[in-house]
Ligand binder design. Structure first.
Ligand code: ADP
Length: 298
């Protein structure tokens, strides 16, 4: 079983010809509302693949919160651990200009109110889960409490996004720590070169049991104290990479829980990530297991 601990947001998207300056109003396109947040994305990605998945998160007692709960449930996610109230549901206000560039304002809202006490209240669920996957759109202390509450046999997977330097206790629990290039640089903190193998060694020296560095169309570098391997990407026509990292992480966590090795799980996750970039959007682009199996160009 996979437990995702993380954020849930409503993404409010408006297309604009150009962004307003201070004091100015511009007219935009019709509003699109999408369910998002890295926690919600990972839970939907895993459930769509067929994983038994639960989400531990906090939303507001409002329409966006109900929208998020509905979308999780219809994907098959167990939402008994989704708490409600304390602040409005997290929102991302997104404008997209004609060149496709995004400008985003995030209001963390209820995500910032998912507290260590909430994690302690969910300790039975935490201890009953084989794999726990977290990200950093919730408070760092809350992720620290997740690590403190892990059962001896369970496995912790962290994508430190948005990235910050990580405390040693969190780093030591990660198996694996999953980062893209930008996240690797922030977690390492020091100036590092351009070689992903060098980042992997430097990250392992910080204490995680294993590391996965996602490299977009180049694939993913997988490393632990015994092996380093480059897992290639599947060649696809990329349409929209939004959510690819979340789909990759969810798939990897699920396959690790099913007993696969890190390389095997990363190979499957690379197929899931590739499938996710062939469609617009985040959650709507996540594949089923059948779609992963039929993906051309293995
Ligand atoms: P993030 O979105 O966190 O920056 P990446 O862009 O590295 O993460 O994507 C995560 C994974 O998704 C990659 O390791 C790869 O397996 C897959 N992926 C991403 N972009 C592509 C692409 N253009 N073609 C094939 N696979 C991709």
């Amino acid at each position: 079983d996979l437990l995702v601990v993380g954020s849930a947001n409503a993404d409010l998207v408006i297309g604009v010809e150009r962004r307003p300056g201070p004091g100015e109003t511009v007219l935009g396109s019709d509003l699109s509302v999408h369910t998002g947040g890295k926690g919600a994305n990972q839970a939907v990605a895993a459930a769509r693949l067929g994983a038994r998945t639960a989400l531990l998160a906090r939303v507001g007692d409002d329409a966006h919160g109900r929208l998020l709960l509905d979308s999780q449930r219809s994907a098959g996610v167990d939402t008994a651990g989704v708490l409600s109230g304390g602040a409005p549901t997290g929102v991302a206000l997104i404008t997209v200009d004609p060149s496709g560039d995004n400008s985003i304002v995030v209001s963390p809202g209820a995500n910032a109110r998912l507290t260590p006490a909430d994690i302690r209240d969910a300790s039975a669920q935490l201890r009953a889960s084989r794999v726990i996957s977290a990200q950093l759109e919730i408070p760092l202390e809350t992720v620290g409490e997740v690590v403190a509450g892990l059962a001896p046999g369970s496995r912790f997977v962290l994508n430190p996004s948005p990235p910050v330097p990580l405390p040693a206790a969190i780093l030591a629990a990660c198996d694996p720590l999953i980062v893209n290039e930008h996240e690797a640089r922030v977690v390492l903190g020091a100036s590092v070169g351009d070689d992903p193998e060098e980042w992997a060694r430097a990250l392992l020296a910080l204490g995680p049991r294993s590391v996965v560095i996602t490299l977009g169309a180049r694939g993913a570098l997988v490393a632990d104290d015994r092996t380093t391997a480059l897992v290639p990407s599947v060649r696809v026509r990329a349409v929209d990479t939004t959510g690819a990292g979340d789909a990759f992480t969810a798939a990897l966590a699920w396959r690790l829980g099913a007993g696969e090795s890190l390389v095997e799980a990363a190979s499957y996750a690379a197929r899931v990530g590739a499938a996710a970039v062939t469609k617009e959007g985040a959650q709507v682009s996540f594949p089923t297991a059948a779609e992963v199996a039929s993906l051309a160009g293995a």
